[in-house]
Design a protein around this ligand. Structure first.
Ligand SMILES: Cc1ncc(COP(=O)(O)O)c(C=O)c1O
Length: 386
């Protein structure tokens, strides 16, 4: 059966060039970048090259890029690093309840160590309330941490404006952005007013899993939470994951060189699917903002009277992969997290699915998806007597 993959916010298929770059590091360039001989130097050159590529994509300096094991570690390193290094200035952190668990659980953990966390309200798409955010910044606020593109709704936070507001209120407050769904999907430039810390993860843009990076602006002093041989500027000890790093560098290189084409293609397909659903299926709620206010690759839709997980498996029979938008446990589907905070009813939360695109999805696939949704949503509603 033909497979149609619309779960690209969960993970993406690596580019062929990424696989080749990784295989090269596993078969030929397998040296340790810390070794003094030629093999080590060749490996070190690959490491340097990838760091430069990632830095260029963010318009940062290579010395500001720290490789991590992925987005979760980048978020932890940023948040825990600031908390550990700057607790003498204050113990107050600001965020929202629409963040990824790698942020929310980290903040909840820090609360056990005496940090205070203010969660600011978000609107029906997940965009933070700017007035409340500005009001919440106090003298003892050491960090504001927000997700640049929401992984469930695709809404975009106005990063530059937030950075400006935060610094006006307290120039010593750091701003961290989880850009894991944003990097390679919307333009990111570590300008003067934007975030000073940015997390990214390679498997979201056709790179390998288990590798990511943290941009940390020069001058910020993060206290490492992993000690050892002092790799990665002393911030992350341990022999570097060279195949992963090479793969990530290659993914950035390939995606960056097609950025406008790829993002336009995803946005066009997203709009086609959105219009197809709106035209053919009633009793729905779209949780993704219109046009450029949403990232090009995420569309969240709540089908009232349908269970998202049941719909997901019904589409699987057509060879189509999507994901649910609400937290599920094996026995019970319950509204939790983002659906709750953006104001979805229990029925809407349970009926939410996320369709997420990549540049290699086609118009044909988009139309097949809409047709399958029309069939399956209609069928599921009929059998539930709705
Ligand atoms: C917004 C966001 N933050 C963090 C993560 C975690 O990234 P990783 O899977 O690389 O640990 C994800 C992954 O789904 C994400 O979407």
């Amino acid at each position: 059966m033909r497979e149609i993959y619309f779960d690209n916010a969960a993970t993406t298929r690596p580019f062929e060039q990424v696989v080749q770059a990784m295989v090269r590091c596993l078969t030929e360039e397998y040296g340790n970048p810390s070794s003094l001989h030629r093999k080590g130097i060749q490996a070190e050159n690959i490491l340097k090259e990838s760091r430069k590529t990632v830095a260029e994509a963010l318009k940062a300096d290579p010395s500001e890029i720290l490789f991590t094991s992925g987005g979760t570690e980048a978020n932890n390193t940023a948040i825990r690093g600031i908390a550990r290094s700057y607790s003498n200035r204050g113990r107050h952190i600001i965020s929202t309840r629409a963040e990824h668990p790698s942020v929310q659980m980290t903040l909840e953990d820090l609360k056990k160590d005496g940090f205070e966390v203010s969660y600011i309200d978000v609107d029906c798409y997940g965009v933070v309330d700017l007035d409340k955010l500005a009001q919440a910044v106090q003298k003892d606020t050491i960090l504001v941490t927000l997700m640049a593109v929401n992984n469930e709704t695709g809404c975009i936070q106005p990063l530059e404006l937030i950075g400006k507001l935060v610094r006006e209120k307290n120039p010593l407050t750091f701003f961290h952005a989880d850009c894991i769904q944003a990097f390679m999907k919307i333009p990111l430039d570590v300008g003067k007013t934007g975030p000073q810390l940015i997390s990214i993860s390679a498997h979201k843009f056709h790179g390998p899993k288990g590798i990511g990076a943290l941009y940390c602006k020069k001058g910020i002093n993060l206290r490492p939470w992993q000690t050892g041989g002092g790799q990665e500027m002393g911030l992350r000890s341990g022999t570097e994951n060279l195949p992963g790093i090479a793969g990530m560098g290659k993914a950035v290189e390939v995606f960056s060189s097609h950025f406008s084409e790829y993002t336009a293609k995803m946005a066009e397909l997203k709009q086609r699917i959105r219009e197809g659903i709106e035209k053919s299926i009633d009793d729905i709620r779209i949780n993704t903002p219109e046009g450029d206010s949403g990232a090009p690759h995420i569309l969240s839709v709540s089908f009232r009277g349908v269970k998202g997980e049941v719909l997901l498996h019904a589409l699987e029979k057509h060879g189509i992969y999507i994901s649910t938008g609400s937290a599920c446990s094996s026995k019970q589907i319950k509204a939790a997290g983002v659906p709750e905070v953006i104001g979805l009813s229990k029925e809407e939360a349970e009926g939410t699915v996320r369709i997420s695109l990549c540049p290699f999805n086609s118009i044909d696939e988009a139309d097949i998806l809409v047709d399958a949704l029309v069939t399956e949503v209609g069928f599921l509603r009929r059998i539930s007597g709705r």
